[in-house]
Structures are given as C-alpha cells and as structure tokens.
Design a protein around this ligand. Structure first.
Ligand SMILES: NC(=O)c1ccc[n+]([C@@H]2O[C@H](COP(=O)([O-])OP(=O)(O)OC[C@H]3O[C@@H](n4cnc5c(N)ncnc54)[C@H](OP(=O)(O)O)[C@@H]3O)[C@@H](O)[C@H]2O)c1
Length: 360
C-alpha cells in the first residue's frame, strides 16, 4: 500500500501490543507501514505474520533515529516507557495514543473513550490517553445515565482477570492451575503476592504509602470523573483479582441526582438492543454476561470483529462457548482474544487442559 499512516506499536511483543497488531491487520487499518517496538531484550526478534498484510516484522529498539517519521504511535509498554518516549514521538510529529496510566490525569492530555467523550480529542497536544480497562467498559454503560439523571454516587466492585497484569500473570495462573490439578506444589508466586489459582485477591494493584485504596482503585475513581467531566461524583471502588484469564467483570451500584425518565436506571444504561450496540454495549438483557462469553469480542465492548468466522456465525460461536475446554482447549484461547495468551501460554493451556486428571 502506497498511501496511509506510518504506525508505531510500542510494546509490540506484549499482551496488549500483540492484540493491537492483530486488530490493525484484521481491520485493514490504512497503514503504509507498521513498525514494532519493544525493549532492548526483544530488539531484532522476528514477529511472524503480524504486519499489516501478514508480513513478518522485526522488533526495533527505541532510539532517536528509529522513532522519526511516524503519523501515529500506539503505546502499551508500561508507564515508565510512555513517560520517556511518548513526548519524544510527539515532538517528532506523531500523535501518541497511550494505554499506560502515565499521562491519563494530566490536564493537557485528553482521556478518551470513543463512545463517551470523543470531543475531548480536539484539545490534544500530541498525546492522547485511554483509561484503565475497568473504567473504560464501565463508563460506556454509565455515560447515558449520567447525561439523563446525573450520577451522584457509585459503589463499584470489580472482578478482574489476570490478563490485565500482563503476560507473566497469565503464565503464572496457567502454571499454578496445572500444578495444582496434578497435585504438585506450585512455585513461589511472582506476578502477585499470593497464589492466584483457585483464589481471589482483594487488592488488585498495589498500595502506595499511607493509602487505603490500591492504585487500581484510585485509577477507576479518578479516571471515571475525568471522562464523565464531573469531579463531584462520589466513588467507592474495590478491585479484586480473580483467576480468570480474560474479561473483567464489575458490579456497579449507582445513585442518581434525578429520577431517570425510564423506569429503573438499568433500562437507560442498557437501552434497547439496537441502541446498546450503537453505543458499544452488548450482552443479554439484563446484562449479566460471563467473562468467557464476552472475551474475544474486541470491537467496542462486544461487537464481533469481522475477521473471525467463529464469531460471525452464531452457531459456531455457541458451540465454541459450550465445548468442554478439555476436548478443545483452543476454544478458550479464541474466546479470549481481548488479551490473547502468548504462544507459550497457549501451549501450557493445552497441556493443562489435556492432562489425564481433568480440564480447567
Ligand atoms: N488500558 C487497559 O485496558 C490496559 C489493559 C492491560 C494493560 N494495560 C497497560 O498496557 C501496558 C502493557 O501491558 P501488557 O499487559 O501488554 O504487558 P506485557 O505483556 O508485560 O508487555 C509489555 C510490553 O512492553 C515492552 N517493554 C517493556 N519495557 C520496555 C522498555 N523499556 N522499552 C520498550 N518496550 C518495553 C515489552 O517488551 P519486551 O517483550 O521486550 O519486554 C512488551 O512488549 C501496561 O502499561 C499496562 O498497564 C492497559
């Protein structure tokens, strides 16, 4: 392709970066070139078939020379990398879209969810942030209710999948599950302070000194207020890490200032089927979808992406959901592509689910 955007994907070897590359390809994003960046550790590594037209990409290191000439830079390589390199990409002329928490709360950086506050994009100065995952999916459902009745208070409990912590946490859950199902001792936990398999950790994120909320909980509170444009919303959040590979769940209790026009706030937030899909909210009504049913629907909180036959075909989709993981462990991987397991994780999942004792 001769014309199009020159796109940098920073963090291309990671859990999120892998999916970014996959989506750029699946959606035929108008890219003249996609360049994969990661740390010095991965520089020179070949990522097979991940380019815009399925070509291999060789991972580049971040240097002053290698970051020149981009139109768009998608960042998902952690806050420290974004802190150092996002301004450099912006100074070199790119628009940076940053998935880390580094820039989200800066006054001159718009924090954008495309279905909620796209107008905020008008004020960017080269860096645009997207919110934390739990915040992003919640505000899509809450924004219409806030516009209609004004949200006064939110009490949020999240049940967050391990994919949000990155590749090493996905591997740790699979390794621990495999060991425990085969009645072997587990290695000392590394991604989390405690065992995550067959457990629930009531402190997703970490506590800063003197804080009674984790950073994950603070992000949910602060980012929600910024995106909805209302610093007065009272928010209490409890973020729990659960042994789910992909797909965050949340229970949200909402108190509004006005009485919503339609009976019960849920109807405003969920709306009818067409309205919900137009806004990017999808799921059965009342909306009590399971993570496994939602994971893999990466197009705006649930619209199946066009490139996946199993998602387009309802019969195949239903079969994939109900098929026992032991017979077809890949079913779980396919449905989990919002943060797809790495090839290593897939192999481990296959081992874990095809062993003689039982499936996951
Ligand atoms: N907004 C959301 O919904 C959401 C969800 C999940 C994660 N995140 C954020 O997205 C980021 C990545 O998460 P992840 O789950 O993909 O993590 P991950 O699987 O651990 O991948 C991290 C990526 O960053 C790269 N990286 C690390 N240090 C680097 C450096 N100094 N210079 C250049 N690249 C470097 C890694 O390269 P190597 O392979 O070479 O180490 C890898 O490609 C984090 O900031 C995380 O908080 C956001």
């Amino acid at each position: 392709m001769d014309r199009g955007y020159r796109v940098a994907v920073v963090g291309a070897t990671g859990q999120v970066g892998t999916l970014m590359l996959e989506l750029l390809r699946e959606r035929s994003f108008p890219a003249s070139e996609i360049v994969a960046f990661a740390s010095e550790r991965s520089a020179g590594r070949t990522l097979e078939g991940v380019g815009a037209t399925g070509e291999d990409l060789v991972v580049q290191p971040l240097t002053e020379e290698s970051i020149q000439g981009f139109d768009i830079a998608l960042f998902s390589a952690g806050g420290a990398t974004s802190g150092e390199w996002a301004p450099r990409f912006a100074a070199a002329g790119a628009v940076v879209i940053d998935n880390s928490s580094r820039w989200r709360m800066k006054d001159d950086v718009p924090l954008v969810v495309s279905e909620v506050n796209p107008d905020a994009l008008a004020d960017h100065h080269g860096i645009i942030a997207n919110p934390n995952c739990s915040t992003m999916q919640m505000v899509v459902a809450l924004a219409p209710l806030h516009r209609e009745a004004g949200i006064e208070r939110l009490v949020v409990s999240t049940y967050q999948a391990v994919s949000g912590t990155g590749k090493r946490a996905v591997d740790e859950l699979l390794d621990q599950s495999h060991a425990l199902l085969h009645e072997r001792p587990i290695d000392a936990p590394a991604a989390y302070a405690h065992q995550i398999a067959f457990n629930a950790l009531p402190h997703a994120g970490s506590f800063a000194d003197g804080e009674d909320h984790t950073d994950e909980e603070r992000k949910l509170m602060n980012e929600t207020r910024k995106i909805l444009g209302d610093p007065s919303i009272a928010i209490s959040a409890t973020c729990v890490r659960v042994p789910v590979l992909n797909g965050h769940s949340e229970a949200v209790n909402v108190q509004t200032r006005e009485r919503p026009r339609r009976p019960r706030g849920r109807a405003v937030s969920a709306g009818d089927r067409r309205e919900r899909q137009g806004r990017g909210v999808r799921g059965p009504h009342p909306p009590r979808s399971r993570p496994r049913a939602c994971a893999g629907h990466v197009d705006r909180l649930g619209q199946p992406s066009q490139g996946r036959g199993h998602q387009r075909d309802p019969a195949r989709r239903a079969r994939a959901r109900t098929r026992p993981a032991r017979r077809s462990p890949r079913a779980l991987c396919r449905l989990s592509s919002s943060h797809p397991p790495s090839p290593t994780a897939r192999r481990r999942l296959t081992r874990a689910t095809s062993g003689p004792s039982r499936s996951l």
